[in-house]
Design a protein around this ligand. Structure first.
Ligand code: SAM
Length: 346
């Protein structure tokens, strides 16, 4: 079936019901990830990305095809599935594009060639591929990682989180934010093995996936600087150096996005426009969220409107914003007791 996404017409097999990965025969295409690919295109255009990107787990090739056509970037394609490789070759022809297509385990290719950007988009956890992806990057290159093992990362399956990411997450208003930070922190620790440091360009959670874009800098000093940002977090969301029985992490404690890299999004792309604008408003804020439901329960009043509490906090000089990680979370540098007082008087 001929499908369309962005400026690309391509063949593929739609998975799920536009929501999650689902189970399919044929070569996987998930329309729910259009937002993720739209953002990839917008980001690469914003940073004026030049060089060669490896679409390491291409499936139909839709991501790499869009980057090649909509960002005018050279893309290498790779998939270990021969059916996918055949389809990518067809899809390149269909769009009058030329590229190298590898039928390989991406981990092998990443030990043979160096890239300016590597995109890792596996089924489930990216943890096994991060070290080899780092290996295949030039200094200053960009590593893009998708993770769909949300149950493990968010701490629903704590053993799996620890097994894959050597970190602990727990159920809380901040578990999605901490999941992204655990993924980023794990990558910083893997990079340090290779004397590389990370610079966060942009990270987010949406629907059923986490995604992080990192710039990689070679050098022991850069590695040490990044490692210094990977810490534990106490149950009241203070950054601490060691784990305790109820702490979270280790996780990345720096910014989750850098405002200067955030692209402008066309307001017609409503979901992505909202996501990037909220991310813009919260990315300079502190780590962890205040839970509006719990605060209201403690004050024994009906839950006030989130946005009115945000405005009240701002009017008192505090940082306050909504969050992409939870509609009922408030990112603020005001203490819990200040939030309780503001809610009581709202
Ligand atoms: C989630 S799909 C990729 C989706 C694609 N990036 C997109 O945007 O539509 C995962 C793909 O990775 C491929 N794959 C999984 N492990 C791989 C590996 N180690 N090396 C190369 N390809 C791999 C699978 O065959 C599958 O086609």
């Amino acid at each position: 079936m001929i499908l369309e996404e962005g400026k690309i017409a391509f063949e593929g097999q739609i998975s799920g019901k536009g929501k999650g990965p689902g189970k399919i025969d044929g070569v996987f295409y998930n329309p729910a990830m259009k937002l993720c690919r739209d953002l990839h295109v917008a980001l690469f255009n914003k940073i004026n990305f030049k060089g060669c990107m490896l679409d390491a787990m291409s499936a139909t090739g839709i991501r790499g095809l869009r980057i090649a056509k909509e960002c005018n970037v050279t893309v290498d394609f790779c998939d270990k599935n021969p059916e996918a490789v055949e389809l990518i070759t067809e899809n390149l022809k269909l769009n009058k594009l030329k590229a190298d297509v590898y039928r390989k385990n991406a981990s092998i290719l990443l030990h043979e060639k160096l890239y300016d950007a590597v995109d890792i988009d596996p089924f489930g956890s990216p943890a096994p591929y991060i070290l080899t992806a780092l290996n295949g990057l030039r200094n200053g290159g960009i590593l893009a990682i998708t993770a769909t093992d949300t149950g493990a990362l968010c701490g629903t399956y704590q053993k799996a989180c620890f097994r894959r990411y050597k970190a602990i997450n727990r159920k809380s208003i901040s578990s999605k934010e901490f999941a992204l930070r655990i993924l980023t922190g794990f990558t910083a620790r893997q990079a340090a093995l290779l004397d590389m440091g990370i610079e966060v360009i942009l990270g987010y959670y949406e629907g059923h996936h986490f995604r992080v874009y990192l710039k990689i800098h070679r050098g022991a000093n850069r590695a040490d600087k990044s490692l210094a940002m990977v810490k534990h977090v106490s149950s009241d969301f203070q950054i601490i150096n060691h784990s305790t029985p109820d702490s979270y992490g280790p996780m990345w404690t720096g910014n989750i996005a850098d405002e200067k890299y955030l692209p402008e999004i066309n307001p017609d792309n409503k979901k992505l426009y909202k996501l990037i604008n909220i991310l813009k408003s919260e990315c300079k804020g502190p780590l962890g969220l205040q839970d509006l439901v719990k605060l209201s329960q403690e004050t024994k009043i009906n839950m006030p409107k989130r946005d009115s509490i945000i405005e009240l906090l701002k009017s008192k000089g505090f940082f306050a914003s909504q969050s992409i990680f939870s509609p009922l979370g408030i990112r603020t540098d005001a203490s819990k007791s200040v939030c309780l007082e503001i809610i009581s008087n709202a």
